[in-house]
Design a protein around this ligand. Sequence first.
Ligand code: KG4
Ligand code: ZN
Length: 340
Amino acid sequence: MNGHTDILAIESSCDETAAAVIRDGHEVLSNIIYTQIRLHTVYGGVVPEIASRKHIEKMNYVVQRALDKAGMKLKDVDAVAVTYGPGLVGALLVGVAEAKAMAWAAGKPLIGVNHIEGHISANYIEHPELKPPYLGLVVSGGHTHLIIVKDWAKFDILGRTVDDAAGEAFDKVARAIGLGYPGGPKIDACAKQGNPDAIVFPQAKVHGSEYDFSFSGLKSAVLNYLNHAAMTHEEVNKADLAASFQKAVVDVLVSHTIEAAKHYGIREVAMAGGVSANSALRAGMAEACEKAGCKLFVPSPIYCTDNAAMIGVAAYHEYMAGTRSGWDLNAVPGLKLGER
Ligand code: KG4
Ligand code: ZN
């Protein structure tokens, strides 16, 4: 309402209660994240009911802080956006109900956003020059997709995981090694002290399907390694194990991405999602892209893991394209990429 398009965005699909105000699709006026990670650590993973209850408790506070930090009142924003899927249904419902109530009370348009589309859009915050078409790799706790971003909200899926998501593999392996939850950052840190070539793990590829991923075999290989060591009373070097597992994941993510870039003649590559915060993946992908003559875009780590700023950015493009959600907007836990 000031010559700019300001969107208040809400995210509550998993264990982060988040709200942000985004100006003109890339300027972050505020980005408030209340992370529940500590609460769930005791249980070794996210407990859905606890997540929902915490979202209910923190949501108004987080939204108020996002508006305050942006120096705005609800009446000043142009639209209210919210993640409506995919994610945990009870967690999503808290954000959806909040956004609907606010949009309705203030007479603002409501925009439901696909969480995976949000992750991809995180790149536009710091790289407004990035424009479709480009190649995208989305690697989060729930998703592993190699895609061509054809337009702001149009995607061709080239490959996906046939079993565990990349982040899920990190979390499960970290638990098996005894590093705790959330596994990704713990393995990332532990691997820095280890030798990535100490143990050779199988490639996380799917035979006969060029761009798909499979991480469950790799996870089993790690478990077998641990069992064997326990039976033979050999001591396990956690850092070597973490580094070798991480290398196997990074290798397949990088090689599939580069092969696809070459095959489709695409010169711009963007990563997104929690696992793209991984230091070995960032370094490995940067090196491979440089060698292949591709330009790599990756969000800062804070925009890789769940946040509402990315939801506000995705919502901006939907808003400009005329997308509006009805008052019957509901949580869709299994929402697919490209689906509305
Ligand atoms: O995108 P995200 O915050 O939530 C989902 O939409 O799933 O991703 C969370 C996932 C978790 O599995 C977490 O272990 C992983 O991202 N992750 C990492 C790192 N930071 C977060 N994985 C590897 N290295 C990291 N530094
Ligand atoms: Zn996410």
